[in-house]
Design a protein around this ligand. Structure first.
Ligand SMILES: Cc1cc2nc3c(=O)[nH]c(=O)nc-3n(C[C@H](O)[C@H](O)[C@H](O)COP(=O)(O)OP(=O)(O)OC[C@H]3O[C@@H](n4cnc5c(N)ncnc54)[C@H](O)[C@@H]3O)c2cc1C
Length: 443
């Protein structure tokens, strides 16, 4: 299907860059521009950028397993995974004795990846079996069982974003522009009763015209389109600690360990830095903003939006200490050299939103990463362009379409069943508790 000739992508993360790579190949005569608010791509505060991201086909949902297998093939066999961008160290998925849901997720996920990876995947029904795979973790490892998939790995996320940007620069077909999009512009569309996108307005007041606007704005999307009941920004905890050369050698070739009951995972270290992170319901950061759309923007709404540059609250740091006591006790009291709150764009079932907006002609969303989109970097752009053209595989289209009913106000997003921790914790409250605790520890 032909697409309009003037296409604007807002956002230069995984969704935006991958879309640009596919569009420039499949629609070479279109004018394609990416607008990114960060002065640099990669944006160091973007969700796509970190030392590492897990690349796994280990999903309880078959459609994501299949899509991840497609992506992993490209991570393994093409430039995407070269020069240290992909390391296939395996993934050890474990569950404790007191979490039936984590055990169930592990069993479903095992069945899905076993069908894809065959003997690369081994079930580990006891703690002793788990320890046989990660002896460095020691006999205090507090898990009941799990499985290991040697076909999974991890990717250097900042390096891969740079790689994608360099590919686009070398091809020279996509224009880049730095700017913060303040709102989308609309005009009445003849005959349909809908409004039609005409471009965007930047924070400095300048207008960029376009016939098709793809919002790949991740956790910031709620500023530009009303996503209440469809997507919410949730802050997730990451911490790093310095380790010695000897510890680096001991841990660097182990599989990534992911405990689906706590959501906590440890990726093998690089450069003497050990990363621990939590895949949880996350913190919310409520902010009041104008309701976006084609109206007069006098109405306001409260939504969660990213807060940049804040440390992980004490609650999160303590959760890491508890997890380290279960997994790697000798690191449990070591200082964190850095902590960071990184933002998911969570959707009710953890599905992406890759869809035209039903009320605005020419407005398309490619977002809703839900904490697991990174691994699809080599393939997600093609799926997005399929959706733009109306040819997306019906199974994916069904999962990613806008027409799914929104979750009603106050109802929780359950995700794909792999989340842990408190629901709806407020970031500012947790930071205030942290400040108070630190003050009283000084007195
Ligand atoms: C802590 C953490 C761990 C994760 N772990 C994994 C993992 O192990 N495996 C995995 O597969 N996935 C993982 N993910 C998920 C994955 O990283 C995300 O799903 C994916 O990176 C989202 O990409 P994005 O393009 O939507 O977001 P982003 O990278 O945030 O890109 C959005 C871009 O839009 C720009 N933007 C926003 N608003 C505007 C505006 N108004 N004007 C101009 N520009 C704008 C932003 O500056 C930003 O650069 C993790 C995510 C986090 C936060």
């Amino acid at each position: 299907m032909a697409l309009p000739s003037n296409i604007l992508i807002v956002g230069g993360g995984v969704f935006g860059l991958s879309t640009a790579l596919s569009l420039s190949k499949r629609h070479p005569t279109s004018t394609i521009t990416i607008i990114e608010s960060s002065p640099t791509i990669p944006n160091p505060h973007g969700s796509s950028v970190d030392t590492s991201r897990i690349v796994r086909a280990d999903y309880a949902n078959k459609a994501y397993s299949k899509l991840a297998a497609e992506a992993i093939d490209l991570w393994r066999t093409t430039d995407w995974g070269r020069n240290g961008r992909y390391t296939q160290n395996g993934l050890l998925l474990v569950y404790p004795s007191d979490s039936a849901s984590a055990k169930e997720y592990a069993h479903k996920s095992y069945a899905n990846v076993r069908a894809i990876e065959g003997d690369n995947v081994t079930f580990l029904p006891t703690q002793t079996d788990v320890l046989s795979v990660v002896p460095a973790y020691g006999s205090t490892l507090d898990v009941a069982g799990g499985y290991v998939n040697w076909g999974s790995g991890w990717s250097d996320a900042a390096a891969t974003l740079r790689y994608a940007k360099e590919r686009l620069d070398a091809e020279g077909k996509v224009k880049f522009r730095s700017g913060n999009v303040e709102r989308v512009l609309y005009a009445a569309a003849a005959g349909s009763g809908k409004s039609k996108v005409t471009g965007v307005v930047l924070a400095d007041g300048s207008v960029v015209e376009a016939d098709l606007v793809v919002l790949a704005t991740g956790a910031w999307s709620s500023r530009l389109v009303d996503l209440r009941g469809r997507a919410v920004a949730t802050g997730q905890a990451i911490a790093y600690m310095r380790i010695s050369d000897e510890e680096q050698r001991e841990l660097e070739n182990l599989p990534t360990i992911l405990n689906f009951a706590t959501g906590i995972f440890v990726i093998p270290p690089r450069g003497n830095l050990l990363k621990i992170a939590r895949h949880a319901f996350g913190y919310r950061n409520p902010v009041v903003v104008p309701v976006p759309g084609d109206g007069d923007r006098t109405e306001t709404m409260e939504v969660s939006l990213p807060e940049q540059g804040v440390p992980v609250p004490l609650e999160g740091q303590e959760a890491f200490r508890v997890a380290l006591r279960q997994l790697l006790p000798r690191f449990a009291e070591r200082e964190f050299v850095d902590t960071r709150v990184c933002w998911y764009t969570d959707t009710p079932q953890g599905d992406f939103i890759v869809s035209y907006h039903p009320d605005h002609e020419g407005l398309f969303l490619a977002t809703g990463g839900s904490g697991h989109a990174y691994k699809f970097f080599p393939v997600i752009g093609d799926k997005i362009v399929d959706a733009l053209e109306g040819t997306l595989d019906p199974e994916l289209s069904e999962m990613w379409t806008w027409s799914k009913a929104p979750v009603s106000d106050g109802e929780d997003f359950d995700g794909d069943g792999s989340r842990s921790g408190e629901r709806r914790a407020i970031l500012k409250d947790e930071l205030a508790k942290t400040k108070k605790a630190l003050r009283s520890s000084v007195l």
